[in-house]
Write a protein that binds this ligand. Structure first.
Ligand SMILES: [Mg+2]
Length: 176
């Protein structure tokens, strides 16, 4: 059974801004300038050989589907593409703001084994319920020499045969 990798979108795979950066965007969507994270195509193409891939973002569902259509290499199929409607809304007790968490029980309900599921996100609190499954990445805000996805694809390759990814310490993955 192949391990499932669930990928966040914003600040993990790409950066979407309403004010254009100093360099040209990769494409525009609505009023947003979209910058793909360096090595994105390589990352998805390489991982698709050994893993199942899915997208889960806490952004608006329609935005998520449209963006994924634009960044998906043609030969790749995602197991699912989920937006905000699949997340769970929580309230911060101190500030009263809301935030959205990704509950892995929803992935389990789809028939995936959590022992073989990894969730990649730049925001720790979105995965805080999924500690054993989470790999946290640095936030991407358009840096053209960012190489996080290159490093991450190398690291994830080392987990492809793990029977239980949850028992592997993943916090210090960059130093591996
Ligand atoms: Mg994010």
């Amino acid at each position: 059974m192949e391990t499932l990798i669930v990928l966040d979108l914003d600040e993990t795979l790409l950066y979407a801004v309403q004010n254009k950066l100093e360099r040209d965007e990769d494409f525009k969507m609505g009023s947003y300038f979209i910058y793909k994270r360096p090595y994105l195509d390589h990352f998805l193409t390489l991982l698709a050989r050994d893993f199942k891939l899915a997208i889960w973002s806490s952004a608006d569902d329609v935005y998520v589907k449209q963006l994924v259509e634009r960044i998906k290499p043609a030969h790749i199929t995602f197991e699912f593409v989920w937006g905000r409607s699949r997340t769970t809304k929580k309230r911060k007790s101190v500030t009263d703001d809301y935030y959205f968490v990704k509950r892995l029980s929803k992935i389990k309900q789809k028939g995936f084994k959590l022992e073989r599921t990894l969730i990649i996100d730049d925001t720790a609190e979105k995965s805080m319920l999924n500690y054993g499954n989470a790999v946290q990445v640095a936030e991407f805000t358009g840096d053209p020499v960012d190489d996080e996805l290159l490093q991450l694809s190398n690291y994830l390759q080392t987990l492809k045969d793990a029977e239980n990814v949850r028992i592997i310490e993943k916090r210090f993955w960059r130093n591996g």
